[in-house]
Design a protein around this ligand. Structure first.
Ligand code: SF4
Ligand code: SF4
Length: 442
C-alpha cells in the first residue's frame, strides 16, 4: 500500500498543476447533476492530494464515494487550461483505493471476467444465444425501472442493444467478401489510400464477443480501401476496464500480451474501432513506462494504433452507394476527450452519399455508460443516460452512430427502455452498408 501511495506521490507534480480555477466544473457530468464540489474534478483532485499528504485514508467513505462516482469520462481534461492529466491521476488513485479494500464487488467483478477468455467466451456465447431468442427485449419491456429490477433491466437492455441494427442489411460473416489477395488487387480502382499496407484489426473482448459484426465491417471497409487485413492470433482485452477500476497490474499483463501478439503480426497499422480500447493502447507507454523489457515496445505499438476514423475520415476514402438515412452522432468520451479526435468520425459519416447528418445537443457529454456505471450508480447513471436519450430523440434521427461498444450498449439500452425505435450503429457500419449498396464488394 505504501509503495502505491508513493507512486501517487510521484504524480503529485501533476496534481499541483491544478490552479483551482474551476473551468472544469461545468464540463463535469457529475458536478452539473449533483452540484457538489466533492463530485467535481477539482474536488476529486483535492481528495487525491489529501491521500498523498496523509490527511485522508484511501478507504475513508468520502474518498471512496466521490472517486467511485467519477465516470472517468475525462471531459475535465479537455477544458483544463493547466493541462492536468486527470485520467492518469484517477487510475493511480483508484489503484490505491482498490488495494485498501475500497472497491465495490461489481467494480472488481467486471475486470476479473473480461481479462479471462475462459470465463468471457462462454458468457458471451450465452449472451448471444439469449439475445437471439428475443427474451431480452421482452424482459426490458416488462420489468419495472425501480430498485434492483431497474438495474437488471438496464443490464438486459445493454445486452439486447448489441443486436444487429434494424435498418442495415443482415450482418455478413467474418470472411464473406474478403476474397483472396489477387482478387482484391484486381478490384482496386487505381490508387487507394492503403496501398497494400498490412493492417491489423484490434478485436477487443466485448466488441468481438457481442459486436463482432463491427469488427467484420471494419475489416471489409479497410480491405476495400486498399489495406491488406491480417489476422492477429493471441490478441485480447486491452486492459481498459482494469486500468479504470484500479487494476493496473492486470492492465499491464494484458498490455504485454497484446504487444507480443501485434509484434508477431508485423502490421504497419493497428486499426481500433472501440474508443476506450484505442485510448488505452495509445497510453500503453505510460502504463509500461518503467518496464525495461516492454517500455520501448509499448511506444512502438502505440505509434501504430489508429482509431478507425483516423484512417477512414479522410478525403481519399472510397465512396460507396447511397444510404438515405437521417443519422446523428454521439462522441465517445475516450475518442473526444482522451484521444482528442472530433472531426474524423464526422468526415467519415459525411462521405456516405445520401446520409443526412444531424447535430446532437450535448454530443460531447458522457452517455453515462462508463463500464457498468448505470448498474453501479443507477440513479446518477440513469439521469445522465436519460438526458442523452432525450437529446437523441429530439433530433428525429433514425439512427445514432457512436464508436465505442460501451456507449452503443448504454445508449441502446436507454432507447429500448424509453420504447424508442432508433438504431445504434458504429460509424464504420454505415460506410460498410454504403459500400455494399454501391457494389464495392462484388
Ligand atoms: S480546470 Fe484544471 S486547473 Fe482548473 S480546477 Fe479544473 S483541474 Fe484544476
Ligand atoms: S472524468 Fe468526467 S466525471 Fe470524472 S471528474 Fe472528470 S469530467 Fe467529472
Amino acid at each position: 500500500m505504501t509503495h502505491l501511495i508513493r507512486e501517487l506521490q510521484k504524480r503529485e507534480e501533476k496534481l499541483f498543476h491544478c490552479v483551482h480555477c474551476g473551468f472544469c466544473l461545468p464540463a463535469c457530468p457529475t458536478y452539473t447533476r449533483l452540484g457538489d464540489e466533492a463530485d467535481s474534478p477539482r474536488g476529486r483532485l483535492h481528495f487525491m492530494r489529501a491521500i498523498v499528504e496523509g490527511r485522508l485514508e484511501p478507504d475513508s467513505p468520502a474518498v471512496t464515494r466521490h472517486l467511485d462516482r467519477c465516470l472517468g469520462c475525462r471531459a475535465c481534461e479537455s477544458v483544463c487550461p493547466s493541462g492536468v492529466e486527470y485520467g492518469q491521476l484517477l487510475e493511480g488513485a483508484r489503484e490505491v483505493v482498490a488495494r485498501a479494500g475500497g472497491a465495490s464487488f461489481l467494480t472488481r467483478l467486471l475486470p476479473a471476467v473480461m481479462g479471462r477468455p475462459v470465463l468471457l467466451r462462454p458468457a458471451m456465447l450465452l449472451a448471444r444465444i439469449v439475445r437471439g431468442t428475443g427474451i431480452l427485449d421482452r424482459a426490458v419491456r416488462r420489468l419495472s425501472g425501480e430498485g434492483w429490477s431497474g438495474q437488471v433491466r438496464l443490464g438486459l437492455g445493454m445486452m439486447a442493444a448489441t443486436s444487429p441494427p434494424r435498418l442495415l442489411s443482415r450482418s455478413m460473416s467474418p470472411n464473406e467478401l474478403l476474397g483472396p489477395e489477387e482478387k482484391m488487387d484486381a478490384e482496386m480502382p487505381g490508387e487507394t489510400m492503403g496501398h497494400g499496407t498490412r493492417a491489423a484489426v484490434f478485436k477487443g473482448c466485448v466488441q468481438e464477443g457481442l459486436l463482432g459484426r463491427v469488427n467484420h465491417a471494419t475489416a471489409r471497409v479497410l480491405n476495400a480501401n486498399g489495406f491488406k487485413v491480417v489476422d492477429v492470433p493471441g490478441q485480447g482485452c486491452c486492459g481498459a476496464v482494469h486500468a479504470h477500476t484500479g487494476g493496473l497490474k492486470g492492465a499491464r499483463e494484458l498490455a504485454r500480451r497484446n504487444i507480443r501478439a501485434f509484434e508477431r503480426a508485423g502490421a504497419g497499422v493497428v486499426a481500433v474501432n472501440a474508443a476506450g480500447c484505442g485510448a488505452t493502447m495509445k497510453e500503453y507507454p505510460h502504463l509500461l513506462g518503467d518496464d525495461p523489457e516492454y517500455g520501448t515496445r509499448a511506444r512502438d505499438l502505440a505509434a501504430r494504433v489508429r482509431d478507425i476514423s483516423e484512417i477512414l475520415g479522410t478525403a481519399d476514402v472510397r465512396v460507396g452507394g447511397r444510404l438515405p438515412m437521417r443519422v446523428t452522432y454521439d462522441a465517445p468520451c475516450h475518442l473526444l476527450h482522451a484521444q482528442r479526435i472530433s472531426a474524423q468520425p464526422l468526415a467519415m459519416l459525411e462521405s456516405v452519399p445520401g446520409l443526412e447528418l444531424v447535430p446532437l445537443r450535448g454530443h460531447e457529454e458522457c452517455c453515462g455508460g462508463a463500464g457498468v456505471y448505470g448498474i453501479t450508480h443507477p440513479e446518477l447513471g440513469g439521469r445522465i443516460g436519460k438526458d442523452k436519450v432525450r437529446a437523441i430523440v429530439s433530433t428525429g434521427a433514425q439512427a445514432v452512430a457512436t464508436g465505442n461498444p460501451g456507449c452503443m450498449m448504454q445508449i441502446g439500452a436507454g432507447l429500448r427502455m424509453a420504447g424508442v425505435a432508433v438504431d445504434v450503429v458504429h460509424p464504420v457500419e454505415l460506410l460498410d452498408e454504403s459500400y455494399r449498396r454501391g457494389g464495392l464488394y462484388r
